[in-house]
Write a new protein. Structure first.
Lengths: 391, 82
């Protein structure tokens, strides 16, 4: 490790590794630090992502693909189920291997990657960020950087250190838990989503195939101060009812900010990406490829900034603009849809799914869906129709 | 690792601590998975996560309680007597 780099990236998840790779590819000296001793572990993710989008960032490799999926299903607590084709083919990943491969691709591009190195603060010059204070393998260090890219995840502290408003409100936060379950009998080409207040208040449960009869079975639920049961207990009940007696091979939990990105993602010499910038999609909380895109945008702007000798917040704002052009409209809409759904009682959501399940999903048109919603809960249609009509 | 304001000690004592008139957020380490879901929503940034250690700085804690429902495993509870 040297005393200074052009770019220091904090956190070797998908956003951080893509950022480091992009900076290194452009010829910048780049350091990528990971606080854990093993990149990709523990996995904190449902592991599903769109195939074509992934392929834009990394050649597909069977060693990190656990399953390939063409359809998704929506189920209600009564067991009615409607199966719909995915907009894009979906891959269920083996994130432990995937994350390490992404970091490897950053290393191959010339970035220096180190593990067991955690950021403990930012070096500052007035308002500007000039580097990262860290503890590397137990040794305190100060490393100068012309730009710092923070990809330190949900629990990011570096965004706060830089003075950005990164604390999510509870209404914009999911509490999440997931088990890797063995011996699950399911259609391995379908990702299942289970919806209902009694199953997952303000969220949903998922069952994603992981090959060899394994499945990621997880939950995201809203954070309600009046709630007395934590996410993992809801998940236990869901599994006890549907997959009783199955073996659990791993357990992960975490929080996901779904704010529709933080208001400011840059400061002088500083940018924030991925979950640290709340870049997961504000409806489903999926965030793998979105975060990778965030990392790429940030690094591209950092490259331009460093080459032009101006890493002020004013210049780096270009990254916010790139993000907003790609995701802004969609995210604002998904955010509204989520909040519209939060007003719909369980019996109405269940009835909509039950009505849809009685139709031939291959022939089901948008009009059919609208009719079902209109019959059951017309307010919802008013709020979500613009999204489906692409406005 | 810093033991800020004796937070760890108090948290470890957990529900057995009743001799004080102050409320505090306690961590049940049998449930905690060190995921950091609580860290993100803590306004005064008084929860420190470092490997398999989670410390609530009870001096800095404002008892806003946002961390409690955010925890996916129910590891955080409000303890003490008024």
């Amino acid at each position: 490790m040297r005393p200074d780099y052009d770019v220091v990236v904090i956190g070797a998840g998908p956003a951080g590794s893509i950022a480091a790779r992009t900076a290194a590819q452009a010829g910048l000296s780049t350091l990528l630090i990971e606080k854990r001793q093993e990149i990709g572990s523990p996995v904190r993710c449902g592991e599903a992502a769109g195939r074509d989008t992934l392929e834009k960032f990394i050649p597909l490799d069977p060693k990190w693909i656990a399953a390939e999926v063409d359809c998704y299903s929506l189920s209600n607590p009564q067991g009615d189920c409607v199966v719909l084709p995915s907009l894009e083919k979906t891959l269920v990943l083996e994130r432990k291997i995937f994350d390490r491969e992404l970091a490897h691709s950053a290393a191959k591009a010339g970035a220096e990657v180190v593990v067991k190195t955690r950021a403990t603060g930012l070096m500052r010059n007035g308002d500007g960020v000039t580097g990262v204070k860290m503890v590397a393998q137990g040794e305190p260090r100060e490393v100068h950087a012309r730009a710092v890219i923070a990809a330190d995840g949900t629990e990011s502290q570096s965004a706060r250190w830089a003075g950005l408003k990164s604390i999510p409100q509870l209404k914009d936060y999911y509490s999440a838990a997931q088990y890797l379950v063995a011996g699950v009998d399911m259609n391995p080409r379908i990702c299942q989503y289970h919806i209902g207040w009694s199953i997952a208040p303000g969220g949903y449960c998922w069952v994603f195939p992981k090959g060899d009869r394994q499945a990621n079975i997880g939950i995201v639920m809203w954070v309600d101060p009046k709630e007395t049961k934590p996410a993992i207990r809801y998940l236990d009940e869901f599994i006890a009812a549907r997959f009783p007696g199955k073996s659990v091979l791993s357990q992960v939990v975490g929080g996901i900010p779904i704010t529709n990105v933080i208001p400011e993602m840059v400061a002088d010499g500083f940018m924030v990406v991925g979950d640290a910038a709340h870049q997961s999609d504000p409806l489903t909380a999926g965030g793998i490829t979105n975060s990778m895109q965030g990392g790429q945008f940030a690094a591209e702007v950092a490259v331009e900034a460093i080459k032009s000798g101006d890493t002020s917040a004013k210049f780096l704002k270009k990254y916010e603009q790139l993000w907003d052009a790609e995701y802004g409209k969609l995210y604002r809409r998904l955010y509204r849809i989520r909040h519209a759904f939060l007003k719909v009682p369980e019996d109405k959501i269940s009835r909509m799914i039950a009505d849809a399940s009685r139709m031939d999903s291959q022939k089901m048109s948008l009009r059919d869906i609208f009719t079902i919603v209109l019959k059951t809960h017309p307010q919802l249609l008013l709020e979500v129709a613009p999204y489906f009509l692409g406005q | 690792m810093t033991d800020k304001g004796g937070g760890m000690k108090e948290a470890e004592m957990g529900p057995t601590r009743t001799s004080t008139s102050e409320l505090y957020v306690a961590v049940n380490y049998d449930h905690c998975s060190y995921c950091g879901a609580c860290v993100a929503v803590c306004p005064p940034d008084c929860i420190t996560l470092h490997d398999a250690t989670l410390i609530v700085d009870t001096e800095a804690c404002t008892l806003c309680r946002r961390c409690i429902p955010a925890c996916p495993t129910g590891a955080l509870t409000l303890e003490g007597v008024v």
